[in-house]
Design a protein around this ligand. Sequence first.
Ligand SMILES: [Zn+2]
Length: 342
Amino acid sequence: MRMHLLSVAALVAVMTCAARAQAPAPTTPENLVAAAKRAAGTDYSGTFLRICVAPENLAGGAGRGGAGAAPPARVVPDRATWYARPYKVFDNLYFIGTRIHSAWALTTSDGIIVIDTLFDYATEPEMIEGMTALGLDPRTIKYVLISHAHGDHDQGAALLQSRYGAKIVMGEADWNSTLQRAATAPGGVPKRDVAVGPGGLKLRLGDTTVDVIATPGHTPGTLSYFFPVKDGGRTLTVAYSGGTAFNFARRAENFAVYRDSQRKMVEVAEAAGATVLMTNHTEFDRAYDRVRIAQLPRAAGEKHPYETDTATVLRYFEMAGNCAEAQRLSMTSAGGSTGGQR
Ligand SMILES: [Zn+2]
């Protein structure tokens, strides 16, 4: 009898567990972080750590994307800590970034599209000298795409505009903050040029089209991109994420905006069949490793070090969206343990 009762208890326990397993998991910050961790896998574990485990803005504050605040004047760090050689990475894409930040030259049949610039101290040695060393003429730069108006990505813009007549493409909201900078800001202030609104932009130059997507969140005017790269006759589609960290004002609505942008990127990346994921910080896409690995000879059939598959690209944006939603929910749900709005 005693055995029988135990068996019944065990059976009830098993049935309860089965019922729980079948029910959808409740949407909680913890479950969203767990989902983000699964999405990150081993491909994006560092990014997961940065925005899901230890996001930067937990203490609140205006964040670096605040209204027009000029970036602080910078002391030029020791060149040995940031200088990277330039590399041809795809048939039409050249790395001209530092060890820390990415900048790229995308070549077309009608000139060059530069994707992101760097801190002002790196503009000459990395971008200008780098392009020249690779056989690219900086005078043929037609467009400079700025993913967002933070100094580590935009301080080279004014020089490329004034010296070569390149058109600067930036999100409307980020133009507004950029134009409020002091003229003495590092790198100077570019003149207002192409402004991208919420609807995005198809930027065509010669034989190449860059699909510019408005992805507000990291800053109000953050832009992300889809563009083709050629790898020995094959054409791959890059999904380029324009802003990652949560260093903006810690408000629930800001996380909702960020989350929605990531969800938009999932949709566009899937429709585009993107198989390459890039970001503008080398820590998020291992750019500095990959651009060097790309220099090695490959075995027959071996993929380019940047090529993955669409599911892997989508997981990046699923992770980022879930991390943002976890933050938002932790601020809005009653009893949320991290404070913020109730
Ligand atoms: Zn930034």
